[in-house]
Write a protein that binds this ligand. Sequence first.
Ligand code: C2E
Ligand code: MG
Ligand code: MG
Length: 666
Amino acid sequence: MKNNNNRTLEASFQQGVFDKLLSAIWIYDIDHYHIYWANQAALKMWQADSLEELINRDFKPGTSDAVQHTLRNYQKEFEQQKTISRMWQYNPKGVKKEAFCQMSSFKFDDGRIGLLCEALEPHLLGNSFNQNSVVLLSNYDLMGNFISGNPPFVQKFSSCCQNLQKLIIDDQLRESLLMTIGSNERFEMDVQVRTNAGPCWYRLIADISSEDTLHRTISVQQFDINERKLLELTFAKEAITDSLTGLLNRRGLDRELQKLSIQNEPFLIFYIDLDGFKMINDSLGHQVGDVILKAMAQRLLEINDGKLFVCRYGGDEFILVSSAKNIVTQASTFADKLMSNLNEPYLFDGTQSLLVSVSIGITRYPEDGDDVSKLILRADAAMYSAKKKGKKRWVNYIQGMESGLQRQNEIAQRLFKALKHSNLMLYYQPIYNLELNEIDSFEALLRLNDQELGWVSPEEIVSVAEEVGIIAELEYWIIERAISDLSSLRQLTTDKAMMAINISGIHFSDPKLVPYILGLLEKYKVSKDSIIVELTESALLSDIDIHDNSALRFTEAGITLSIDDFGTGFSSLAYLHKIPASIVKIDRSFTQRLEEDPSLISSIYQLIKSQGFKALVEGVETDQQSRLLKELGISLQQGYGLGFPQALSFYANQFKWEKETQRALT
Ligand code: C2E
Ligand code: MG
Ligand code: MG
């Protein structure tokens, strides 16, 4: 209902037009505390016997300062043609009533502004009525001491309304309220306040009354928004929280990092990635994967020392942000601590334990970038570099590392394609038994010659495949190709030759692997003792102390294990006896030092032999090396000097050539 034309309105009053309405309508003279006019419904609402009685009623004794100040403020808003909608509580003749009021201006003949109110009681509002939305009014002196409040306010705040300090929980908000109204502006915000029943959220509007400069007061209106606000806060929290771990999610991290960079405080980002998590999920199931992720989140939360917050950034990626005040050396100590903590075994299913390692990349704000998204990208690049260096380590970001990430993405794309279109190749390098002067076995080595990337090293391919989670698929292809090619190789070379297949440390724990190999052996009619599985010592040692470890699954199935690149790990000799392997491949770095110090390789060989292993030396490039090794008693040798890795077709051609020359000679 608008009040633009008072004359029309008054004519309508007289004709009783408004008496037919269900809503109560009245005009209130704010300055004189009197109702000027009301319709029939309003008489009922005000418990009045007649219009005359209501018009003569003096509202001053029942009006608190707080209410009067609020009405004065409304008056100012009416002057600007504003309307106000509020839930009000009335106490006519001591009867408590509530109504939803739409208030607007009514201009008296003398030019003063009155209040024209149209009120609907709750039963007329239906479901949209909210008990809690009654407006609460209170006022305070300029020191914040309570003066008065309307009845619903007093009822809710009797024990905590002595002053604003007690009312408003947040000190900063209270200060901001006083500052805002001090500069004659309105303060309006969602504020948590103390009520008799505990903290509650209110929309709080505060103004300063200015009609009497000597008695200026702060008038406060409050609307209960607790339910809505709590819901809002829950949504807000959910929107920034990872549902599995309860850590911040990406959005939450972004928000916190933006805040940090605005404060200009130096900080460190630790980008943490599990090594081979996809494999855990695939082989042990997602439930076990989830247990590991949750446990990891818990460990990250428990780490202190300047940690600011932790986020689950992606499937198996976490980001920990720590304060970098007075740091430099601390970053490495912190990273060491993270590593040793996260690499401890994880328990699942009550009794089972699993060793999982992580790789970490570190960036610093602001040194490594002042843009939060760049910092994360760079930490990711440093983490990738840690993976490339052999995983289970941390690496600081160095300028330009991002190009490594780009390459990883490219390789991943090409690898997907190569797997799909069978563009991958296996080369076979002979391993000679020089005592018998024949090929003992072949080592299957992966090759990819990509149209765009050229030759990609197998180490890079394997690392990317592990990272993007297709290592199992890749190695299943390799194993089948190697086993199926063995009979051809045997026909072309020697019929006793065995096939050595490299298996990634991450794939090794896949429980499906042994049955898969056994199935292929049957399919291609190859005996179990024709197959050797090569693994690095760190892969073999990783679960050695666990009952039912992966290595035992192989040996119990009758498959020979070989320790690859022996001597490059750190605990080799001390742990050798624990590994159920039969062959040890001495790394080529020892071969390179053979001529200057033959005793080193000799003593390693003696030790290996004494523990019952067969020893083999890798990287034999020259005749001299081969001869020296033979003199030391090492007859199993592999290297470019004896034979390069070659495709099956090479052996077929060579065989053909040999046959042809033989025929020509005879
Ligand atoms: P590895 O298992 O130790 O294989 C031997 C590597 O040494 C091969 O490198 C081979 O070409 C190279 N090599 C052989 N003789 C000599 C020599 O006289 N001098 C030098 N400098 N190198 C020699 P390649 O083929 O580049 O493979 C590198 C590594 O990539 C392998 O080391 C292995 O760890 C991994 N890899 C290769 N193929 C596969 C595969 O099918 N599966 C898995 N999981 N890893 C593979
Ligand atoms: Mg190998
Ligand atoms: Mg090797």
